[in-house]
Design a protein around this ligand. Structure first.
Ligand code: AP5
Ligand code: MG
Length: 216
């Protein structure tokens, strides 16, 4: 199963990707997570990416494409993969198609998690992420049982550095300008599936699962 999760910042790509990993056993490849790990580790790549991430801008295509090429060469992607937060502009989408054609493994579907813009700010300002296992919570809509502690692994819950109002506004603008054109791109390829991303997380996952079950 080879899929892309499309959607605005805060639409629930990471939340749904984790549920897909659990049910279907294919890896989640989140360029945002890979970049944050590089920033935290202080690598050269992380240093180059940090300023763009702090400003809510896109990191340069060469950095992101290099990371994706490396990640897709790992053996756990044999059974498939979920791309979360990649591609994010037309040139990344075209480069991905070329790369997957070379590998003889074309993309099967792009699933758009559709959420009205007014809901996104609240979702992002309220988000908490486990620094150990990456589980995602929300202080308003999906709180952990114990404040500041991950239900799944007991890890510490942290607030993402780019989840402040100013950066969020820019991320949303960047999404509209650079990423939204991909909806049309995948629609023309006949690969686009739209899912209503508002409401109960499990109900949304059922809709996502129905699309995935129709692929194989
Ligand atoms: P990235 O990490 O990809 O962030 P993003 O696209 O802004 O998306 P988010 O992770 O914020 O949202 P999400 O859709 O995963 O939502 P989540 O499930 O967490 O990118 C970060 C930065 O890295 C970018 O700004 C850029 O600088 C750089 N970058 C990354 N990829 C790049 C690329 N390809 N090219 C260039 N630069 C790149 O949910 C959000 C919240 O909502 C949570 O609190 C959750 O609990 C809650 N929630 C989820 N579902 C629901 C629901 N149904 N109802 C209510 N609340 C819900
Ligand atoms: Mg995410």
């Amino acid at each position: 199963m080879r899929i892309v999760l499309l959607g605005a910042p805060g639409s629930g790509k990471g939340t749904q990707a984790k549920l897909i990993v659990e049910k279907y056993g294919i890896p989640q490849i989140s360029t945002g997570d890979l970049l944050r790990a590089a920033v935290a580790a202080g690598t050269e790549l992380g240093k180059r990416a940090k300023a763009a991430m702090d400003a809510g801008e896109l990191v340069s295509d060469d950095i992101v494409l290099g990371m994706i090429r490396e990640r897709l060469a790992e053996p756990d992607t044999e059974k498939g993969f979920i791309l979360d937060g990649f591609p994010r502009n037309l040139s990344q989408a075209e480069a991905l198609d070329t790369l997957l054609d070379e590998l003889g493994k074309p993309l099967q579907a792009a699933i758009l998690i559709d959420v009205p813009f007014d809901s996104l700010l609240k979702r992002l300002t309220g988000r908490l992420t486990c620094e150990q296992c990456g589980a995602v919570y929300n202080i308003y809509t999906n709180p952990p049982k114990q404040e500041g502690v991950c239900d799944k692994c007991g890890g510490k819950l942290i607030h993402r550095a780019d989840d402040n109002e100013e950066t969020i506004r820019n991320r949303l603008q960047v999404y509209q300008q650079q990423t939204e054109p991909l909806i049309d791109y995948y629609e023309k390829q006949g690969k686009l599936h739209r899912i209503d991303g508002e409401g109960d997380i499990q109900a949304i996952f059922q809709a996502v699962s129905a699309v995935l079950d129709g692929l194989s």
